[in-house]
Design a protein around this ligand. Structure first.
Ligand code: SF4
Length: 334
C-alpha cells in the first residue's frame, strides 16, 4: 500500500473542500471497498478524507410516509429498521442479501451505491482495464465473462455494478442528496449511475468532491408489496448473477402499477421501464410476465468468454423476473 495523508475534517463541508481541492483525494466512509482497493493498488490516493462521525445516521420521517436516510447509517441498521421493513421490504431484503453481517455493519448507506465493480480484471492491476486506466483496453472482452453485463455494455467495458441496495433504490425512485463545493443538489437515483459508453472510468454522474449526505425514499404505498430476488453462485456472501427488485399492485387480477429493476446485468442498476409499461393494465399472468421480459430484454446481448460466456444470464433473468412477479401477484391479488 502506498503511503497517504489522512484528514479528519470537522464537518461535511470541510470534507467536501478537502476532496474537491485535491484531484488525488478520496472520501473514506465504512471502507469496505476502498480499503481493498488501497491494498490491491487499484486506488492510490495521496489524501484520504475520513467521514467518521460527520454524516447523519438517522432515518427521518417525511410527509406521507416518506423517509430520509442519513448517509452515515450502516447497511445493517437500515435493513433492520421496522419502517423500512414494513414500507419498503424490497430494500431490506436487498440489503440482507448483500455481503456478510460484518461487512453490512461497516458499510454505509452513502458508500454502498459508490462501490466499484468486482470485475476481476479491474481488481488485478497486472491486466489492462479501461476503467482503471482509460485507453488501456478491456481484458474482460474475450476473457472471463460469467459475471459481466448483458444490458447497456460498450466496446470499452462490460462490467456490472455490484450493489444490491442500489437495485432496490432504483426501483423505489429514491433521490440522492449530494453536497458539493457549490452547495447541495438532488439526483434521482436512476440517474446516479452511468452506462460505460466511452468513459467507463466514470461510474456515476457525481463530480469529484461531491458527497452523498442522505437518500430520500418517496412515499409509495405500492412498495409495501415488494420483493428482491437474487440468484448467485452460492447461498451467501456472493454477488448477483442476476437479481430483480419489484413492487406490484394487483386489483381483481389486473396489474394496476409496477416497479421493476434488475441487478447483476449492467454497469448501473437497470430500471426496467419497458417491462413496467407492459405490465401496467395487463392480467397478472405468466403470459404478461413473459411479455414484460421480452420487452425489456429485446436488446440484451451476451458476451462470449473463456468460461463459456454469460448467455445463461438472459433466460435466468427472465425466470427470475417471472418468479418475483408471481410471488408478488399472489400476495397482492384481492
Ligand atoms: Fe475493466 Fe470494465 Fe473491462 Fe472489467 S469490463 S476489464 S472493469 S474495462
Amino acid at each position: 500500500m502506498k503511503p497517504f495523508d489522512y484528514l479528519s475534517p470537522a464537518d461535511p463541508a470541510a470534507a467536501v473542500r478537502g476532496v474537491a481541492g485535491n484531484p488525488d483525494a478520496v472520501f473514506l466512509g465504512g471502507g469496505t471497498n476502498l480499503v481493498d482497493h488501497l491494498k490491491l493498488g487499484v486506488a492510490e490516493p495521496r489524501l484520504v478524507v475520513g467521514l467518521a462521525g460527520l454524516l447523519p445516521t438517522e432515518i427521518e420521517e417525511l410527509d406521507g410516509g416518506a423517509l430520509r436516510i442519513g448517509a452515515g447509517l450502516s447497511n445493517s441498521e437500515l435493513a433492520a429498521d421496522p419502517r423500512v421493513r414494513a414500507r419498503f421490504p424490497v430494500l431490506s431484503q436487498a440489503l440482507l442479501s448483500g455481503a456478510s453481517g460484518q461487512l453490512r455493519n461497516m458499510a454505509t448507506v452513502g458508500g454502498n451505491p459508490l462501490q466499484r465493480t468486482r470485475c476481476v480484471y479491474f481488481q488485478d492491476v497486472t491486466t489492462p482495464c479501461n476503467k482503471r486506466e482509460p485507453g488501456a483496453g478491456c481484458s474482460a472482452i474475450g476473457g472471463w465473462t460469467r459475471h459481466h453485463a448483458v444490458l447497456g455494455a460498450s466496446e470499452h467495458c462490460i462490467a456490472v455494478h455490484p450493489s444490491d441496495m442500489a437495485v432496490a433504490m432504483a426501483a423505489l425512485e429514491a433521490r440522492v442528496r449530494v453536497l458539493g463545493p457549490d452547495g447541495e443538489r438532488v439526483v434521482p437515483f436512476v440517474d446516479l449511475h452511468r452506462l460505460p459508453g466511452d468513459a467507463p472510468e466514470r461510474d456515476t454522474v457525481l463530480e469529484h468532491g461531491e458527497l452523498i449526505t442522505a437518500i430520500d425514499l418517496p412515499a409509495q404505498p405500492l412498495a409495501r408489496r415488494s420483493a428482491y430476488r437474487k440468484v448467485r453462485d452460492r447461498a451467501s456472501y456472493a454477488f448477483a448473477l442476476v437479481s430483480v427488485a419489484a413492487a406490484l399492485e394487483v386489483v381483481d387480477g389486473v396489474i394496476v402499477d409496477a416497479r421493476v429493476a434488475f441487478g447483476g446485468v449492467a454497469h448501473a442498476p437497470w430500471r426496467a421501464y419497458r417491462a413496467e409499461e407492459v405490465l401496467r393494465g395487463s392480467p397478472a399472468s405468466e403470459e404478461s410476465y413473459r411479455a414484460a421480459a421480452d420487452a425489456e430484454l429485446a436488446d440484451a446481448r451476451a458476451a462470449e468468454g473463456l468460461d463459456g460466456g454469460n448467455a445463461f444470464k438472459i433466460p435466468l433473468l427472465r425466470r427470475t423476473l417471472a418468479a418475483t412477479l408471481r410471488e408478488l401477484a399472489g400476495e397482492d391479488t384481492r
